[in-house]
Design a protein around this ligand. Structure first.
Ligand SMILES: Cc1cc2nc3c(=O)[nH]c(=O)nc-3n(C[C@H](O)[C@H](O)[C@H](O)COP(=O)(O)OP(=O)(O)OC[C@H]3O[C@@H](n4cnc5c(N)ncnc54)[C@H](O)[C@@H]3O)c2cc1C
Length: 401
């Protein structure tokens, strides 16, 4: 593990004037700065080429693993960097500002398989699966969505049937980030009757007989982050690879999705920030009617709106991360953060294309890619409509319904 991150803070900034602090500790600044430097030097210069080729960003992931970011919030006891959720969130913004594909791979790996193993695995499972994930020696994937079960996750159909003291898995998953590239798959399968309580979670290794992967989806953006189907044809899973108890799978997955959503919110903030910075620089340099277009209110107001939306999105996302770091409930805040940040990312990147004019519509300029990448943040880990459902349910609960 990288000594820089190993020496990381467990603390949010210590100055609490007025009871609230927006400052970072020295450790946090150091850690986020190290990730920013790496992302700027090694990730950003290659993101356009990876978008074109669709190559999986192995080299970039190795670099982030060396910095400790593939086991960011995993305690040092299990080989992680032991960062608090706020520091990790800020690191993710830096990665996303450089390359949204790398950021979603990192966010899924940290937010879902690792959190699920950390919170619900036994020590044997943590030793065997969490430790290599945390060091970056292995990559994790989260398998919930199926061709016929997306937002309605409780209707999933992949079947887990008892076989002696183990299980046999049959069925298919869809849209799995890092499908075929990851080593460890956390798979939600129906081991019992209908509904949420019939779902269990299994740890499945790449290379097991009967496990196969489709080709990467030909998608709008995030080309370097492969999304594939995962096919289970009589995959035998030992009893020791049931995560948590039988029937607990969906609650394990949904609880970790709260952390995952904060990660996606920060991915969205990073994408939006990159687009806004490109747009502001372009507005100052591009001249029409004898002046930089930044001098026209129609353009400068767009830049101002971008700055305002990004600031607001970052603040709500960091509040959710802060609640998580404090061990307090943060489900509603995670959904609010994911909703606002993803919508901000789509708005900001769309307006950035507008600021660039025809050049914004060209693959020779980065805002076109950022616009395509941003859209996915409104869809995965719960669509915007599902976030609104979660928020509304939480609001009505408060009013006693
Ligand atoms: C790039 C990418 C990566 C992904 N990675 C993963 C991954 O790693 N693991 C994984 O398990 N899944 C992954 N997904 C899948 C993703 O989580 C699902 O696409 C998402 O949950 C939505 O499901 P769906 O696509 O089936 O849409 P559907 O559920 O079919 O929804 C279609 C539309 O109907 C709306 N809708 C549905 N139900 C309601 C309702 N009750 N009220 C109002 N509106 C509703 C939705 O908001 C949406 O607009 C990924 C998806 C993408 C695009």
């Amino acid at each position: 593990m990288n000594p820089t991150l190993a020496a990381s803070s467990q603390h949010v900034a210590s100055q609490h004037v007025g009871g609230l602090s927006f400052g970072l500790s020295d450790d946090q600044r150091l850690i986020v700065g190290a990730v920013r430097d790496y992302a700027r030097a090694e990730i950003a210069p290659r993101s356009a080429a990876y978008d074109r080729s669709g190559e999986f960003p192995r080299e970039q992931l190795r670099g982030l693993a060396a910095l400790g970011l593939l086991g960011a919030t995993v305690p040092e006891q299990w080989g992680g960097a032991g960062l608090d959720s706020v520091t990790y969130a800020l690191c993710l913004e830096e990665v996303a500002a450089a390359d949204a594909s790398v950021a979603v791979i990192v966010s899924v790996h940290n937010g879902l398989p690792e959190q699920m193993l950390l919170l619900h695995g036994n020590d044997e499972q943590r030793e065997r699966y969490l430790r290599p994930l945390a060091s970056g020696a292995a990559l994790g994937a989260f398998c919930l969505t199926e061709p016929e079960a997306g937002s309605d996750a409780a209707s999933l159909n992949l079947r887990a049937t008892r076989d002696g003291d183990g299980w046999i898995l049959n069925g298919s998953k869809a849209w799995i980030t890092s499908g075929g590239q990851a080593d460890t798959y956390l798979v939600l399968a129906r081991s019992g009757g209908e509904g949420a309580h019939g779902v269990s979670c299994f740890i499945v290794e790449k290379g097991w007989e009967g496990l196969s992967f489709g080709k990467p989806e030909d998608k709008l953006g995030l080309h370097a982050a492969h999304s594939t189907t995962v096919q289970f044809d009589a995959v035998r899973v030992p009893a020791a690879n049931l995560l948590g108890r039988e029937g607990e799978g969906l609650s394990i997955a949904l609880a970790s999705l709260d952390a995952g959503r904060v990660g996606i919110a920060m991915q969205a903030v990073g994408i939006a920030r990159a687009a806004y910075q490109h747009a502001a620089r372009y507005a100052l340099s591009r001249e029409q009617f004898g002046r930089p277009i930044a001098e026209y209110q129609g353009i400068s107001f767009k830049i101002a709106d971008m700055a305002a939306q990004i600031e607001a999105a970052r603040l709500v996302a960091l509040k959710a991360a802060w609640l998580h770091a404090q061990g307090r409930p943060f489900g509603r805040e995670a959904s609010i953060a994911k909703l606002l940040a993803s919508e901000a990312a789509v708005n900001v990147t769309r307006e950035a294309v507008q600021v660039f004019g025809a050049n914004g519509y060209s693959r020779d300029y980065p805002v076109e890619r950022l616009y395509r990448d941003a859209k996915a943040t409104e869809i995965y880990e719960g669509t915007s409509e599902i976030q609104r459902r979660v928020i509304a349910r939480s609001v009505f609960q408060e009013f006693g319904s």
